[in-house]
Design a protein. Structure first.
Length: 175
């Protein structure tokens, strides 16, 4: 077994963090809990959405139980109660609700801007149940059970429902 150097260890840790952040972004778009939005705010203030973070997000997007369009263009929830009742007591630094709401809006905008033509074409092919794996940087994602599960569920949609789903995703991606 090759000896792990501190350089390879730090590269591994950075990759693990980017993978984690992709899941955190999906959680923030789904739950919209202030603690998730706090993490998103910190991400956007620091490194932002890098290509690796975006790719990780795309994996979690494909693996998520919610429709793709609902995560890419979520209905914003009213989170004032969670902010006051749960978040304020756990936060170690002061952050205004307004800042979290701005981070949520910016996340949606930045994600859409970060998606390339290939990303968009891939997402349309995926929700159409004919994924063009050549459009993604790492086509190994096709082997994950969660991705296969999403495709299986989509294949059970009626033609009309699938057509509407593809239209919804298309409208979100090219809005």
């Amino acid at each position: 077994m090759p000896k792990r150097t501190s350089k390879s260890k730090s590269k591994y840790n950075a990759l693990a963090l980017q993978i984690h952040i992709g899941g955190k972004i999906c959680a923030a778009l789904d739950r919209q809990h202030p603690r998730d939005l706090f993490d998103v705010k910190r991400l956007l203030e620091n490194e932002g959405i890098t290509d690796d973070v975006k790719d990780s997000f795309l994996f979690y997007l494909l693996s998520h139980s919610r429709p793709v369009n609902e995560l890419l263009d979520p209905n914003f929830k009213v989170i004032e109660k969670e902010y006051n009742d749960e978040f304020l007591t756990m936060a170690k630094q002061e952050i205004l609700l307004k800042e979290l709401l701005e981070a949520r809006s910016r996340l949606v905008e930045d994600l859409k801007k970060k998606l390339t033509q290939d990303d968009k074409e891939f997402l349309i092919s995926f929700v159409s149940n004919i994924p063009d794996w050549s459009k993604v940087r790492d086509d190994k994602i096709r082997n994950y059970p969660s991705v296969k599960w999403k495709l299986l569920n989509q294949s059970k949609m009626s033609k009309e429902k699938l057509k509407k789903y593809v239209e919804n995703v298309t409208n979100v991606l090219w809005a």
